[in-house]
Structures are given as C-alpha cells and as structure tokens.
Design a protein around this ligand. Structure first.
Ligand SMILES: Cc1cc2nc3c(=O)[nH]c(=O)nc-3n(C[C@H](O)[C@H](O)[C@H](O)COP(=O)(O)O)c2cc1C
Length: 129
C-alpha cells in the first residue's frame, strides 16, 4: 500500500500529523516564495534546534545560519532549488541557545499538478551521515 492511498482514506490529516509528530527526523515546510517563509516545523525540529513553531513561523530558514555556515553549500542549495533539483548537504547551523552543530539536510519541492512548486520541504538531522 502506498502512503498516498492511506492518506486518501478516512482520516488523512490524522495519519500525516501522527507521522510528523512522532518522526525522529526534523521536518520543515516553507512556502515556495521569496525568502521561503517557514509555515511548519515538527517536534523533532524543536528538539534539534531549541526553536518552537512560534519562534520560526514566517521567518526564513536562514535564521539557523551564522558566521561558520559554509556559503558554498548555500550557493549550491540556491542553484538546486532554482533548477527544481533535490538538494542535500551539510553546514554549521546554530541553535536558539547559540550553540553550533552540523546540520545535514535535504530539500525538495512539492508542486501543484501543473508542476509549479508550492512548498519546499526539508528533512533535517544532526551529523555527517
Ligand atoms: C525548506 C528549506 C529548508 C532549509 N533549511 C535550512 C537549514 O536547515 N539550514 C540552513 O542553513 N539553511 C536552510 N535553508 C536554506 C536557506 O533558507 C536559504 O535558501 C539559503 O541560505 C540560500 O539562500 P540565501 O542566499 O538567500 O540565504 C533551507 C531552505 C529551504 C527552502
């Protein structure tokens, strides 16, 4: 059975919310609009970064970056998103308490039936794997 067939049954929202709430992987959703405003983060994001949903709503994911963040990785991300490719990479990010960690993340577009991106989704975890 595919995930979409489960999601199209009786309680699609409940299934998806339970997956996101219990995920060990941080999930972030942004609008596919200038500065990619954050519209959703799950509990694992708060565990990873210290930021609550209220802290980040409407802001750019750039808020996780700081002096040691690798600009070359960000340039590659920009190129991948503009070309409609999946991005995967690692860079130093900063928690709410200003401590630094290595973020490993993947970003991919979610598009409407015409193929226009409406959201970007990131799956994020700490470390180099
Ligand atoms: C869905 C999504 C999630 C992102 N997550 C992160 C992240 O966890 N850490 C990070 O350093 N940048 C992240 N970014 C990248 C920045 O938002 C931005 O795209 C990057 O800094 C390059 O653009 P800029 O040159 O305008 O800053 C994410 C971007 C998107 C679209």
């Amino acid at each position: 059975m595919s995930l979409s067939s489960i999601l199209s049954t009786t309680h699609p929202g409940a299934v998806l919310d339970a997956i996101a709430d219990n995920s060990l992987t941080s999930v972030m959703v942004t609008q596919a609009a200038p500065d990619t405003p954050i519209v959703y983060v799950n509990k694992a994001f708060t565990a990873l970064t210290g930021y609550t949903p209220d802290d980040v709503m409407g802001k750019s994911p750039r808020m996780l970056q700081g002096p040691k963040t690798d600009e070359a990785v960000l340039a590659r991300l920009r190129e991948d998103l503009e070309a409609g490719r999946v991005f995967e990479g690692e860079a130093i990010n900063y928690r709410k308490d200003c401590s630094e960690f290595l973020m490993h993340w993947r970003v991919f577009p979610v598009s409407d039936p015409e193929g226009t991106p409406i959201y970007f989704v990131a799956l994020q975890h700490e470390g180099d794997s």
